[in-house]
Design a protein around this ligand. Sequence first.
Ligand SMILES: *[C@@H]1O[C@H](CO)[C@@H](O)[C@H](O)[C@H]1NC(C)=O
Ligand SMILES: *[C@@H]1O[C@H](CO)[C@@H](O)[C@H](O)[C@H]1NC(C)=O
Ligand SMILES: *[C@@H]1O[C@H](CO)[C@@H](O)[C@H](O)[C@H]1NC(C)=O
Length: 858
Amino acid sequence: MEQQFCFQRTKHFGMALNTVSLAICILLGAAEFVPSPRITWHLKEINLIHFHVQGVSNYSTLLLSEEKDVLYIGAREVIYAVSSLNVTEKLHEVYWKVTDEKNNECARKGKSKQTECLNYIRVIQPFPDNSLYVCGTNAFQPTCDYLDLNNFQLLGKNEDGKGRCPFDPAQSYTSVMVDGELYSGTSFNFLGSEPIIFRHSHQSQLRTEYAVPWLNEPSFVYADVIRAPANNPEGEDDKVYFFFTEVSVEYEFFTKLLIPRIARVCKGDQGGQRTLQKKWTSFLKAKLICHSPENNLIFNVVSDVFILKPSDSSEPKIYGVFASNLNNVGLSAVCAYNVSAVEDVFAKGKYMHSATVEQSNTKWVRFNGEIPKPRPGACMNNEARAMNYTNSLNLPDMTLQFVKDHPLMDDSVTPNGNKPRLVLQNVTCTQIVVDRVKALDGNSYDIMFISTDKGTLHKAISHDTDLRIIEEIVLFPHLQAVQTLLLSNKEGKRFIYAGSNTGVVQAPLAFCEKFASCVDCILARDPYCAWHPVKSSCVHILQESNVDGNLIQKLSGDISYCPDSAENPKGMMHTVKPGSMVELKCSQKSKIASVVWKFRKGTLKFKLPKYHPLESGLVIFNITEEDTGIYNCSSQVEVGNKIISQLLIQHVIEIEKLPTTMESTTQPSTKTSTTPFHSKVFELFTSKKTTTQILTTTFAATSLSVKIQEIPTPAHEPCSKKSAEVAMLKQSDCTLLIFLILLFGTLLVILLVYNCYKGFLPDQCLKFHAMLHSGKPKTPPDYIDPEHGVKENLVESKCPPNQYENTHKVPHDTGYETEADCGNGSIPHAEDTGILENGKDQPFDVKCDLKYADSDGE
Ligand SMILES: *[C@@H]1O[C@H](CO)[C@@H](O)[C@H](O)[C@H]1NC(C)=O
Ligand SMILES: *[C@@H]1O[C@H](CO)[C@@H](O)[C@H](O)[C@H]1NC(C)=O
Ligand SMILES: *[C@@H]1O[C@H](CO)[C@@H](O)[C@H](O)[C@H]1NC(C)=O
């Protein structure tokens, strides 16, 4: 598929070159940025609390009641209430099974009796009168009911859940309850082909028009309300935002091009009187851009969104996690948006208009004509009220017809800073929640918790230029996707809850107590953690009062404030026989710091076969008098521009003075270890190693028969360490990788040579080519300078100034004047849209990618 993108752009170059440029795109995409987590917490190191009931799966829906300290869990055919302080504590459960009749009926329609024709709980929302509103797929007959929390029983109302809950458990959906009305994004029919954004309340129901410009195969990810501010001079309404990925209408493309969208409706909307009756009059949507201009990475699939609503009066912030199915597969990104930027697009932005060109073709271009008043799609505000429009029912037909035809904004929502906050490599992010924590330096930090499809959670910080993944937490034992993330905001009881197919897990927001020393605590640079000098422990700042200001927190990583920073570390003495070997232990948890060995005032150079660095330390062979002395092992980490060094352990080696017996030369005795030499060697291969170590010992290691078994490891360590088994496994990965790289390289060279030979490449190559062909007649002119060809092509398709004025009017453009790139109303034709433009508002302009159907070259 990617190759197709490339071919389009560079058809003049020949196919081979496209593959080369694609390769370069991929290589560029894989390079630099992307911080890796500083620490990975594995399940056995931390006490996470798991909830799981035998025989029950698909724990996909979570709702937290902060005042009651209860977490409601919707699984397959059952709803639980558990304590939110300890999720293993089950308080209540209620089964909601499909009837045999429904199950059979569903199976007759061709669905799986055992999996699809069951009741997957999809909606659990708070409802007045101490009850919950719940909906399930109910064997492809979505049904909603009320759960009475007094006795934890379903009322058995069995309302038709169409539009509130999907038919198919595999389909995307989202919902939010606002003032007793359920807003949902889902599909409206059995086939899942009719998407809908729906509002259900007993008085009224509103829905989207069933039309491609409104929703085009959307995949819903999130919905939430943003309330109008309390002091609201414009008399604005509360707004409900929906986030989804859909197939673009505005870009002409070979395949379906996916586009991330934000849509919004107004809470006060009541539909139109004649036009848009029982339909949204305030539905507008815009493109949500998440694009990294520096390296031309486009993230065109929104996977999840979180709206951070600070408790103070500061404006809410939208965080989205994105992936891509274009040029940068394997990367994920987080982009943040100001709500004010979003509102500006909807309140002031231009609309898009479907213009007919070339008889039957339509293209979506900017609408530049006159916009009816009141502004189409706007929420009711003081301005509309001043015009005597008090609600949507009495809006004029002009306005309603306009919004019906123009639900898509031309302006897009751009991220803060015009680039992603964070780009992650080799992970597929599934969910995001964000917490704002006020650190002891007085600044507020937004901490992003991003879950993956491998059951892990990344905790990241992005503050000014400080961009880090503080830690990675393995939440689930088996590689399984985290499907729901929930953050508890209750003071003093702050947890994160994650749901997956097999269970629910409760995790703390930080693991401060894991850092045993002040230095470790400071170097974690975690805004939640600070060193308590009196307790001599690393504490959670939100759970510890800082009354006397004695807590030590330096997010810069400055460890000089630590009382124990000068403290002597552990020491170890090794007395060994000459010619024997010794293992000096030294390990650290941080994965971004490096271990440095110092010996006799210099950094130790690892010369093989004398020294063998391991992940857990260093082995020195054939000890002689030369090797005696003090070995200092320290960890070094770069923070800002400074190198922070921390002495971890000190080893002293001395030679045993006593005369030795014959056998003891093969069995050296050290104070710390008395393992025989051969087992030491074995241990060398079976103990933890660095990647290079593994590679250098490939042949030796393969001759050992070590059982290979699958051990779950975080996915972003392709060539990681762990243990011999994993080492073996990973080693084959690495070999394969190297093989592939070599193969790829060879292909690249062949392609280059081929293209050069064919004269597709410029300059030096052409000289080379000319050398080869000296004497022969020149190659046909259209090959000579492909870049020139492209330039020509560009010039050709860029409209020359004024040339088209008054000549190329868009046919059949009924009354609506459209503004295209040339500022003259012309629209580039299909043949010459192979060009790319560099408009700041157009993220889809990767070198090798797509062409634009619209054109907006301001
Ligand atoms: C339900 O969970 C099972 C594994 O327990 C998984 O295979 C299946 O895909 C899940 N179904 C849905 C609809 O999520
Ligand atoms: C709105 O209605 C009031 C009372 O019916 C009338 O006096 C006023 O002129 C109207 N304003 C507009 C802008 O039509
Ligand atoms: C977003 O809002 C913050 C303050 O809340 C402001 O500093 C920043 O400039 C805004 N960014 C954009 C792109 O509007």
